[in-house]
Design a protein around this ligand. Structure first.
Ligand SMILES: Cc1cc2nc3c(=O)[nH]c(=O)nc-3n(C[C@H](O)[C@H](O)[C@H](O)COP(=O)(O)OP(=O)(O)OC[C@H]3O[C@@H](n4cnc5c(N)ncnc54)[C@H](O)[C@@H]3O)c2cc1C
Length: 459
């Protein structure tokens, strides 16, 4: 059957549903195609479930630390993984139901369940149907990258998706990949009670961040008993007993970890392989990310790509911002652009990292004159009151324009506090707006003006 629409959206990640709603409100007849769960990665196997698990892990951690605060828990703290999973399923399930009901209630929107595939520049096939439209928007997201590791085909492993089904405590979880997803799982499973080893091929964890951030994050995790192995230049796996052995240098030798389960967390891969991009003439880069311009247009007229699949962001907030950019351009005569966006993200270990703008390394590489302020959390009252003094506040300012170039806040509430700096960056206001501001005592944010009053030249 052939059906005509004004627009077809493939995928219901973090931007597709909002765009469908807006298009419907504008009077366009919209077809939305989803092959799996409404809400995509973030809602079902990403942000929401993992942060729900992080919260359970923190509860276990604080229960064990109770006596430090004068809170006595008689008997051993025990984690019921089935209950942890049930809580996660309930909370993520509510979000999934919310997106589903929202989509189903949208005016002018028809939902198709199945795999959508382009058959030309203005047509998509889903099941037995062909949908034709002058506007096609791809919001197909990404999935865990499964690398070609020696022996991987012969052992069982988890990715972030499979981990969502775990309702038991792995004896020893070996996580391959020391970046954001891997480290969040590492701390959470350590706190649940597993032995955890992280294997990273680079010389340090979260290598895209500054060395001092990597170092402090490693210290936090190692302080809780996570084993971290960096510089694993050649990783190979093989079954051993009831578990699995991971060799770090592709040879049997001392650099070998034997665990009960493996989690692969080595990056993401766009869901573009079976999307019919070639039939429609849509260009990708060598890793399969759909190439878009600053306003999210692909090289084919009438086809846009939003969210992780365009490689311009890898977060829920960047995907949602893609929706805002596209809607502004399509309907509001407002030429918003991807390049207006300032990089920001969180690493949700505990305490968390909030990052905005450039890293120190990027500022140094840019060669501009800059100022830096840094304060350890051990000199932040709120952190000391909570006995959580790991991490630091670091802010970098352009010495000439006085604008804030970047910030990293690793520590209590760092993921929230960083937004004060981010907003000033968007305002393109000088750092003195913050350094002269009065913040509430006793908070972490109250020390941000102090950091900015103590700036020194970035040597
Ligand atoms: C473990 C984990 C934790 C994360 N934590 C965070 C976090 O804390 N904060 C944050 O900002 N980001 C986080 N992310 C990243 C975040 O989940 C993604 O950036 C976000 O979901 C991107 O959404 P999207 O709109 O690109 O598409 P997705 O959410 O990936 O959704 C794409 C949808 O398209 C569907 N689809 C794909 N191909 C087709 C097809 N051909 N036909 C029909 N349907 C199709 C899929 O089924 C899916 O529902 C995390 C990711 C992971 C894996």
């Amino acid at each position: 059957m052939i059906e005509d629409f004004d627009a077809v959206i493939i995928g219901t990640g973090q931007s597709g549903p909002a765009l469908a709603g807006r298009m419907g409100e504008e009077g366009l007849r919209v077809a939305v195609i989803e092959r799996h769960l409404f809400g995509g990665t973030c809602v079902n196997v990403g942000c929401i479930p993992t942060k729900t698990l992080v919260a359970s892990a923190r509860a276990a951690h604080m229960a064990r630390r109770g006596s430090e605060f004068g809170v006595m828990i008689d008997g051993q703290v025990r984690v019921d993984m089935a209950a942890v999973k049930a809580r996660k399923d309930r909370i993520a399930g509510e979000s999934n139901t919310g997106v589903t009901k929202w989509l189903e209630s949208m005016a002018n929107v028809t939902i198709f369940r199945g795999h959508g595939r382009l058959t030309g520049p203005a047509s998509v096939e889903v099941g037995d149907e062909t949908l034709r439209a002058p506007r096609i928007v791809l919001n197909v997201g990404a999935r865990a990258l499964v690398p070609e590791l020696q022996g991987l085909g012969d052992v069982e492993y988890f990715t972030n998706s499979g981990m969502m089904e775990v309702d038991f405590l792995p004896d020893h979880l070996v996580i391959i990949g020391g970046s954001y997803i891997g480290l969040e799982f590492a701390q959470m499973y350590r706190r649940f009670g597993s032995r955890v080893s992280v294997i990273e091929q680079g010389d340090r964890v979260i290598a895209r961040d500054d060395e001092d951030v990597s170092h402090a994050v490693r210290e936090i995790l190692e302080g809780e008993g996570v084993d971290i192995h960096t510089g694993a230049k050649c990783i190979a796996v093989q079954a051993e007993g009831t578990g699995v052995a991971v060799s770090l240098d592709c040879v049997d030798g001392p650099r070998r970890v034997v665990g009960s389960h493996i989690l692969l967390a080595v990056g993401r891969q766009p869901n573009t392989g079976d999307l019919g991009l070639a039939e429609a003439g849509v260009a990708t880069d060598s890793r399969g990310y759909i190439q878009v311009d600053d306003q999210l247009r692909t090289n084919v007229d009438g086809i846009w790509a939003i969210g992780d699949c365009n490689g311009r962001g890898a977060f829920t907030h960047t995907s949602y911002n893609d929706y805002e950019i596209l809607a502004a351009n399509l309907f509001d005569n407002d030429p918003r652009r991807v390049s207006d966006r300032i990089t920001c993200y969180g690493l949700f270990i505990d305490p968390p990292l909030g990052r905005a703008g450039l890293t120190e390394a990027q500022v140094r590489a840019s060669g501009r004159r800059a100022l830096i302020g840094k304060r350890p959390m051990s000199r932040v009252g709120r952190a000391r009151e909570r006995s959580e003094t790991q991490g630091f506040i670091k802010v970098i300012v352009d010495a000439d324009s006085q604008e804030i170039l970047g910030a990293a806040i690793l520590g209590v509430n760092g993921d929230e506090v960083v937004h004060g700096l981010l907003d000033i960056m968007y305002a393109k206001a000088p750092y003195t707006v913050i350094s002269r501001a009065v913040h509430i005592h006793p908070t972490v944010a109250e020390l941000v003006p102090t950091v900015l009053q103590e700036l020194k030249p970035l040597e």
